[in-house]
Design a protein around this ligand. Structure first.
Ligand SMILES: [Zn+2]
Length: 511
């Protein structure tokens, strides 16, 4: 179903809703329809390039322009992407599905119909597991998926002239997007808050990116969410009138739009004006941080679906499905569970697993034998700070996973101190190179020879007889002073644990 159309999805009775009454005795019920634009090289039914940002109407042919007498040919990659996503969403796949014509008139749809899947979607009855970020209370949630189906996108209207005075009031049409393959993912109305809805959508984005079926870019419209929101006084009552919200181009906007809409509807109910909540489509207005009416629905559209006569049925074999299933990468939730089993906190798990580039880097560091917790801390600490200040992604830095693993190993075995490690890291991030070469070149190797440290300690004690006397007289705080002096003398290279032990022995030695 395209984004501007009426929602024909019937409200599905909440299966196993995680009810979260929002403290005001009202419960919000949220369902989401997501359109994902596939990153196939060519369009769904013709060989035109499926490329974002091309010159208007440069990627078109008689098939995607809807000229009469043309025959569409299904792009196999579309089916492959749908099966991959269906499997990843734990769906039941239809071994036999088909395409249908969904008929309506709109200037960006020259054919007069959209090729979609109506009564037999390629996948249905799945679910997605998400972890709510700690700052929103944490916890696991499972949201059910009603269906996933294949369809084509329509063109784009560009409202170019908008000046009534000069009479220049026109709209242009760009058909580059017409025929670009989409997957529509329809959720059960399982979400109860803006946070849950945004997390669900973010998980879909991660999933299509992990699977490599779409870039999931919301700004370019590769991932678009239509959100249905209603409220009801109690969780066992029928659903209230649902309002559809569109036009959110980030997960944070989605969360704010939903939370605004929930409070708008609750307020109307509380003021006895519940009848003012009507079936309508509202737009999220970023400037005013509110939803506004776009159009009121006047009844269910009848698209007069019928099987697409120009395309054969889509037949899948179990072998085909199994082969694709076996080819899937580790998915975000599997990764989070694996990181959790390694003993990382949920906060760390979410940060490391939810960005596939970060996860790939982290896994590569671990593969080189690095300590889990240390690798996690370096990536989330100093490296993340560097990425933020330089506006880089982790795949763009000069530091390689192998070098980070080496750095961690050298700190762990005491060759260099953690403090020196930070300095080395800064160099590696900026210039790349090898950790070992760098610390040798700069003479940064930690001094871990007890004899060397002992002679340094002896020297400092001999140079500071007054402080030594005070220490032995009970002013034990002076230990820090001696540590500082030895560290200074060693240019920060004395092994702190060893130094502390040798120093204490000397300080407390019987005279
Ligand atoms: Zn074409």
């Amino acid at each position: 179903m395209l984004h501007r159309h009426l929602s024909t999805r019937k409200s599905v009775k909440g299966k196993e809703c995680r009810a979260q009454v929002d403290g005001q005795d009202y419960e919000a019920v949220i369902g989401i329809e997501t359109h994902v634009q596939l990153s196939t090289l060519t369009k769904a039914f013709c060989s035109c390039p499926s490329k974002y940002g091309s010159h208007p109407n440069s990627n078109v042919c008689p098939i995607c322009m809807g000229l009469p007498g043309c025959l569409p040919v299904l792009n196999e990659r579309v089916v492959e992407s749908a099966v991959k996503l269906g499997v990843a969403l734990h769906c039941q796949l239809s071994l036999k599905s088909k395409f249908d014509r969904k008929q309506y008139f709109y200037p960006d749809l020259p054919k007069g119909y959209q090729i979609s899947q109506h009564d037999i979607p390629i996948a249905r009855n799945g679910f997605v597991d998400v972890d709510i970020p700690m700052e929103f209370g944490g916890g696991h949630r499972r949201f059910c998926i009603t269906r996933v189906h294949m369809e084509e996108d329509a063109g784009k209207l560009i409202h170019a002239g908008n000046d009534r005075l000069s009479g220049s009031f026109y709209t242009q049409v760009d058909l580059n997007r017409a025929g670009v393959p989409l997957l529509e993912i329809v959720s059960e109305p399982d979400m109860r808050s803006g946070v849950e809805a945004a997390e669900y959508a973010a998980e879909l984005q991660r999933m299509v990116r992990y699977l490599g079926v779409s870039n999931g870019n919301m700004q370019e419209g590769s991932l678009r969410c239509d959100v249905n929101v209603s409220v009801r006084p109690k969780e066992d009552l029928p659903f209230g009138t649902k309002v559809e919200i569109k036009n959110m181009n980030s997960f944070s906007a989605m969360q704010r739009a939903i939370d605004f809409e929930i409070s708008r509807q609750v307020t109307l109910h509380q003021e006895g004006q519940g009848d003012k909540i009507v079936q309508e489509t509202r737009l999220w207005e970023e400037e005013s941080q509110r939803t506004i009416t776009m159009r009121v629905k006047e009844g269910l559209a009848d698209y007069r679906y019928f099987p697409e006569p120009d395309l054969p049925e889509v037949i899948l074999t179990q072998d085909y499905i199994d082969a694709l299933k076996a080819s899937l990468p580790e998915l975000p939730d599997e990764k989070r569970r694996r990181y959790e089993r390694m003993g990382l906190s949920m906060q760390d798990v979410i940060i490391l697993a939810n960005d596939s580039d970060v996860a790939t880097f982290f896994d590569a560091v671990l593969e080189k034998g690095a300590d889990v917790k240390m690798a996690a801390n370096w990536i989330m600490g100093d490296i993340a700070a560097f990425l933020k200040s330089e506006k880089l992604s982790i795949s763009e830095i000069k530091l390689t996973p192998l070098e980070l693993a080496d750095l961690i190993a050298l700190i762990k075995d005491g060759t260099i101190s953690g403090k020196i490690g930070k300095e080395v890291l800064v160099e590696l991030l900026a210039k790349g190179g090898s950790v070992k070469a760098l610390i040798e070149e700069k003479g940064l190797v930690q001094i871990s020879d007890p004899d060397v440290i002992e002679s340094m300690v002896d020297k400092i004690l001999a140079e500071n007889p007054k402080q030594l006397e005070q220490y032995r007289g009970g002013k034990t705080k002076l230990q820090g002073f001696f540590v500082g002096q030895v560290m200074k003398a060693s240019k920060g290279k004395a092994n702190p644990t060893l130094l502390s032990k040798i120093l204490l022995d000397k300080l407390n030695a019987k005279q």
